[in-house]
Design a protein around this ligand. Structure first.
Ligand code: G3H
Length: 481
């Protein structure tokens, strides 16, 4: 509950990644401060969640579905009252365009409502009595136990709530660690967490690795619900004393390709590839991170793509219609610059004017062509505004890329030939979990399953599916006479 309110340890000052000009000089934007919990405070959250899981102490795991829903709905009402404060903090902290911050907030509210509806359906379908071979049984969906929810900076509210809400609705008490960037927006929610949920059910912990490590090492966590890099997920899993007893629900890395066939409608392919690779400056796990373009259409594609990128407004996140905004991760521009230099050293060109230049935390999108497997950008998940274009003649090039990739989330195919598409879909869908035809890759609509193969995901984070991931089917059985 309201641990933040009682914390009297160190507070961390949070500044925006952007500075503003005042009286002719650049000044930091001081957003506020939040606690920086230490290992001991992390262990206090462990104790709180342990007590909430103990049926004698906390009622949450045994509360009726209707009661849990009404608490979540009360919380949602309180959250909506804070919409503008949350949206503004999000914009300042991660530099997401203001209109997209509002979309993220509203999408989260819709996700909660749809998940509540899905739970009502699931509950109706799963709490029936059955009789089989003389055994009467009531099969129920039960919670799994204390859950650690950690979301990423690029969707600091939405993707944390995509684990928090189904975990809570299924009866699991939660430790919620806000992302390192995008944590301040949790402060306006603290009172609502405290008022709407019993003590120990939602434990918001602001802190870093030195706090999370001991939480995992305590062994209390039954479910790790994490969205972020594959390396961080594996470090968290290893920190648990019994990783085999840990249920992991993970959304991790991806390097989704677009495959632009010779027959593609170029106008459509370019528009979708530009939005797919550069919305929120490429900082989406679902972003198109490598574009395979048929050699016969390469020049036409590059020319149009460069124009589409040039037409994307770049600037501060509060400006109307802006699409390319400053990058909040420290050192990101340096990393992207290194990828560009490496590609140039191996024979690629930056084909758009100004591409790859940076000023402060603003990185001008770099379109690289021709890219090949000798370059780092062919392999690494850039998670930023760098777009590698790989010419191909033979389908073996993109297919081998997918087969060898450590990831398997989604891909997009652009083709105007239905027969060609029909022939490609079956083999490709066995490499990923979603094939998009003539459109970009994306997670939504949130009622569609969202998952991935290989190092991209474990479990399915979407309305309905997530409820199943955060629960286990149990039964009460008796012999009939
Ligand atoms: O960053 C990963 C998100 O799951 C992407 O979601 O496709 O709705 O932008 P999105």
């Amino acid at each position: 509950g309201g641990r933040i309110i009682d914390w009297d340890g160190p507070m961390q000052q949070i500044d925006s990644p952007v500075e503003i000009r005042r009286n002719g000089s650049l000044e930091p934007v001081r957003l506020g401060s939040c606690p920086q919990l230490d290992a001991q405070a992390g262990l206090a959250a462990v104790e709180a969640v342990r007590q909430a899981w103990d049926h004698g102490m906390g009622l949450w795991p045994t509360l009726s579905v209707a009661d849990r829903i009404s608490r979540v709905e009360a919380f949602t009402g309180r959250m909506i009252e804070k919409r503008e404060a949350i949206v503004r903090l999000m914009m300042w902290e991660i530099c997401k365009p203001l209109d997209e911050c509002r979309v993220e907030f509203d999408r989260t509210v819709e996700y909660i409502r749809d998940t509540v509806d899905a739970l009502k359906d699931l509950d109706r379908a799963s709490s029936r009595f059955v009789i089989e071979k003389g055994i009467y049984a009531q099969i129920r969906r039960a919670p799994l136990g204390p859950t650690l929810c950690m979301g990423p900076y690029n969707y600091p509210l939405n993707e944390t709530f995509a684990t928090l809400i189904p975990a809570l609705l299924m009866g699991n008490p939660v430790i919620l660690k806000p992302p390192r960037l995008g944590r301040l927006l949790y402060v306006p929610l603290m009172e609502a967490f405290r008022d709407c949920f019993p003590a120990g059910v939602v434990n918001v912990v602001f802190g870093g690795r030195s706090m999370v490590g001991p939480i995992m090492a305590s062994g209390i966590i039954s479910v790790l619900a994490f969205i972020g890099s594959s390396d961080a997920a594996s470090a968290l899993r290893k920190a648990h004393p019994n990783p085999n007893q840990l249920r992991c629900i993970l959304g991790m890395g991806a390097k989704n390709p677009a495959i632009v066939m010779k027959s593609a409608d170029m106008e459509l392919a370019v528009a979708e590839c530009a939005a797919g690779s550069l919305s929120f400056s490429g900082q989406r796990c679902t972003a198109l991170k490598i574009l395979f373009v048929h050699e016969d259409r390469l020049d036409e594609f590059v020319e149009r793509f460069v124009d589409a990128v040039a037409a994307m407004p770049m600037g501060m996140p509060w400006k109307d219609g802006v699409r390319i905004t400053p990058l909040p991760e420290p050192g990101k521009c340096t990393y992207l610059g290194m990828l560009v230099s490496d590609a140039i050293a191996h024979g690629a060109r930056v084909v758009n004017a100004g591409g790859g230049q940076s000023g402060g935390s603003l990185f001008h999108p770099a379109v690289l062509s021709p890219v090949n497997a000798d370059m780092l950008v062919y392999h690494e998940e850039q998670f930023g505004p760098v777009v590698p274009i790989v010419p191909f003649r033979d389908m073996a090039t993109p297919v081998n890329y997918m087969v060898e990739s450590p990831f398997g989330q989604q891909l997009s195919i652009f083709s105007d030939d239905p027969k060609e598409v029909a022939g490609l879909v079956d083999p490709l869908v066995n490499q990923v979990c979603r094939v998009n035809i003539n459109c970009l890759c994306q997670r939504g609509p949130d009622t569609f399953p969202f998952t991935g193969r290989k190092d991209s995901a474990e479990g399915t984070l979407s309305v309905g599916d997530a409820l199943r991931c955060f629960s286990i089917r149990t039964l009460v059985a008796a012999k009939g006479t």
